[in-house]
Design a binder for this molecule. Structure first.
Ligand code: GDP
Ligand code: MG
Length: 177
């Protein structure tokens, strides 16, 4: 049973945040079910999904929360952040505005989230090379300044998605495990 917490050693709550349409739901469906959707359907978004991974000898179940479209109404509440040990902070490399928003999201994270939360900055849609507006270097630089992990991903082409989630989960394990 994929949703019981009896078959794992640790259960970590993690969250996805970032502007609308950056690819949060598709990163989640790619990681949890290896599925990708061309259409964005925020209204039928799931609240969260699970995936088990092995870290060393231990089985870690990541419970990954999705905003389900609430980011459009600035309606993400403190309960979304509560108890989260990790956050994936996502922007779209083809839209500079979503990168500019990262500071706002970081501010919220630090206001509502735990102090030692593991944060991974993710530049998604790396497959859209011709439409790129945000340089890899700029993502890297911001991550360095804010002391975040950093990775560029493509949920569509399944590039680095696994790595980004595993990096977050492994780091949480090192801190909280
Ligand atoms: P959310 O609002 O942040 O949850 O974004 P969605 O996951 O709903 O994705 C928004 C749109 O971007 C959808 O049309 C997806 O198919 C598309 N999308 C998501 N990830 C990628 C990606 O890595 N590459 C490309 N080319 N499109 C993507
Ligand atoms: Mg979504």
């Amino acid at each position: 049973n994929d949703t019981s917490d009896e078959d794992c050693d640790y259960l970590f709550k993690t969250i996805l945040i970032g502007d609308s349409s950056v690819g949060k739901s598709n990163l989640l469906s790619r990681f949890a079910k290896d599925e990708f959707y061309l259409d964005s359907k925020p209204t039928i978004g799931v609240e969260f999904a699970y995936r088990n991974t092995k870290v060393g000898e231990k089985i870690v179940k990541a419970q990954i929360w999705d905003t389900a479209g609430q980011e459009r109404f600035r309606a993400i509440t403190s309960s979304y952040y509560r108890g989260a040990l990790g956050a994936m902070l996502v922007y779209d490399i083809t839209r500079n505005g979503t990168f500019e928003s990262i500071k706002k999201w970081l501010h919220q994270l630090r206001e509502f989230g735990d102090d030692d939360m593991v944060i991974v900055l993710v530049g998604n849609k790396s497959d859209l090379v011709d439409l790129r507006e945000v340089d890899t270097e700029d993502g890297k630089k911001l991550a360095e300044i804010e002391k975040l992990c950093f990775m560029e991903t493509s949920a569509k082409e399944n590039l680095n998605v696994e790595d980004a989630f595993l990096q977050m989960i492994t780091k949480i394990y090192e801190i909280a495990g």
